[in-house]
Design a protein. Structure first.
Length: 577
């Protein structure tokens, strides 16, 4: 009898507990709804008072966008509000690769608009427009002082629509009139395909927009038809990502059906989902390397991370950006959109590679990187150690050496750009992009071209000497110290006069890249650059027989057992070995 009484009491207690939990949850939901309603009322009242009483006229669209942007700006850089007027630009950036236009890229220089790149075979190219031409007006609208965004909007339009341009060629005073018919411009996801020496395939993937997986598969089949491939390099450098599902399909080209590629987890249970390969691979056995750098992000990191975790590819280059967040677009009233970060994604080993903490900020209000103390170790399929919280570390690190200050100055002052423009006017053709080099005679001509032009620059050493001089003066150091600093500054200045000679090889590389692009467009520029690309050459060396190093890396032998990570965790990993 006592047993039944205890059982009845337990049931009543359980029922009471469930009831209390229900009402607590209901109360919490009600509190949230009340706070939302309260603050919307406050916002509406403030907006109404501003609209009715502010001393000057206000634009409702601008006010609302400013308010919404400020609210979203407190979250993360990827959650954004898109007005109806900006939807075309949004689609071009995040979804589609097609737009109506003339097929030319532009730059602003001294308040004027210039053609910076042409797309082969497109209307601007067919009309005889050249890189380096000044774009003076569009349909009668003068362009001086306008931004590239404003000019881009004027250039775009419906397919088959007409556009009137005024173009001023270099050295001409009077612009010429051109009538051009717009066409659909499609910038492919795959920008370059090549079969390199040794039977190594190369695919450059710039973004993960619609059809990117189909483009990669088509490129792969094309390479396979050219002959036996001993290996494949997928170049994801400077690839900022795109559509997650396209990344999953690309991984599926190289790994068996049923493999976990990526998981996403969000506060909303409906945003928690795992993506697996769903088809048979088309290249499951071919040795594979993937190139990444600090601008490889999002979907590019999903591909690199999955292939690394599954021990399917060797990653070469520099640590990736570290964007482990998933965004989803939602429709808003009146054809507006909002893109919201809804989840974090995790590679097959379980790591989230998000490198920036958007929740906590430092004393200056800036975002902070994930602390080393919070970084955890995970394991690939074959037991290699990888880490979360800091992007994708390459298996083989090859740092890109930046250009010297002289080369950067020649590029930023558009002196290399201008020389290439003049060179094209004087030389109707050059050898093909793969064999072309800037010879000594052409470089001497470039040096003469620079005479009388401003390319002075301030080196890091000069900046440090200037700081020392100021500090010495403030502290009233002896005159001989100031004289010594002045003497060092003169020596540095004199040394700079020889930089055109000392750094001529890298200047020739930058110069050759710009010249080649005038004849063979973007594809030619990439072809030219491959022979100077240390990261690509390292990836290629892994794939050329014998490939013992390639398989040792994937097996996690010796020094390849641990991939990247903070020093403290590396030390622990070494002890555990």
């Amino acid at each position: 009898m006592n047993y039944h009484k205890h059982l009845l009491s337990a049931k009543r207690f359980t029922a009471l507990a469930v009831t209390l939990l229900f009402f607590s949850a209901f109360a919490a939901v009600n509190d949230d709804l009340f706070l939302i309603s309260k603050n919307l009322d406050i916002f509406s009242a403030v907006y109404r008072q501003i609209s009715l009483n502010y001393v000057d006229e206000t634009d409702p669209n601008t006010l609302i966008k400013t308010a919404v942007d400020a609210m979203l700006g407190d979250l993360d850089p990827y959650t954004e509000y898109v007005q109806e007027t900006d939807i075309e630009d949004y689609r071009l950036k995040y979804v589609d690769t097609r737009y109506g236009g003339i097929g030319a890229a532009i730059l602003v220089r001294g308040g004027h608009i210039y053609i910076s790149e042409l797309y082969a075979g497109q209307p601007a190219d067919q009309a005889g427009i050249q890189t380096g031409d000044e774009l003076v007006s569009i349909n009668g609208v003068l362009l001086k002082g306008k931004t590239t965004a404003e000019v881009s909007h004027l250039l775009r339009g419906a397919e088959h629509s007409n556009i009137r341009l005024q173009i001023r060629k270099p050295g001409q005073d009077k612009p010429e009139e051109l009538a051009i018919t717009r066409s659909v411009i499609r910038q492919p996801n795959v920008s370059h395909i090549a079969l390199l020496d040794g039977g190594i395939g190369y695919i450059k993937l710039d973004k993960f927009l619609e059809q990117s997986a189909n483009e990669v598969e088509k490129a792969l089949h094309g390479l396979q038809q050219k002959g036996k491939m001993n290996g494949l390099i997928i170049d994801l450098r400077n690839n900022g990502g795109g559509i997650l599902q396209e990344a999953v399909k690309i991984v599926n080209l190289f790994v068996p059906e049923g493999e976990l590629v990526v998981s996403q987890k969000g506060k909303n249970a409906s945003k928690t989902y795992s993506y697996r390969t769903m088809a048979k691979p088309v290249a499951s056995e071919i040795p594979l390397t993937v190139l990444v750098n600090g601008y490889s992000a999002s979907a590019a990191e999903i591909v690199a991370g999955a292939l690394q975790d599954l021990d399917r590819a060797v990653i070469v280059g520099e640590r990736s950006f570290g964007k482990g967040l998933v965004q989803q677009t939602f429709n808003l009233p009146y054809n507006n959109l909002v893109k919201v970060t809804v989840a974090k994604y995790y590679t097959p080993s379980g790591r989230c590679i998000q490198a920036v903490d958007f929740i906590h900020r430092d004393s200056n209000g800036d975002y902070t990187r994930v602390s080393d103390s919070l970084i955890n170790a995970f394991y690939t399929k074959k037991g290699r150690v990888v880490y979360d919280g800091s992007g994708i570390y390459p298996d083989i690190t090859v740092e890109k050496i930046p250009y010297n200050a002289i080369t950067q100055t020649l590029l930023s002052r558009y002196l290399i750009f201008d020389y290439a423009t003049a060179f094209k006017q004087q030389h109707p053709q050059i050898p093909n992009a793969s064999t072309y080099t800037v010879n000594d005679a052409q470089y001497k001509d470039f040096i003469q071209f620079l005479e009388g032009k401003d390319y002075d620059y301030f080196t890091e050493i000069e900046a440090l000497l200037q700081q020392l001089k100021i500090k010495a003066e403030v502290e009233k150091k002896p005159e001989e110290i100031l004289n010594e600093l002045a003497s060092l500054a003169r020596k540095v200045y004199v040394g700079k006069q020889h930089d055109l000679t000392n750094y001529q090889e890298e200047i020739k590389e930058a110069l050759g890249s710009e010249i080649v692009s005038r004849y063979y467009y973007k594809d030619g520029r990439t072809t030219f650059s491959l022979k100077y690309d240390a990261q690509l050459q390292r990836a290629r060396s892994l794939l050329i027989a014998p490939t013992n190093e390639y398989y040792s890396i994937l097996a996690g032998e010796g020094e390849y057992k641990t991939i990247g990570g903070p020093e403290t965790l590396l030390a622990v990993a070494e002890i555990n070995q």
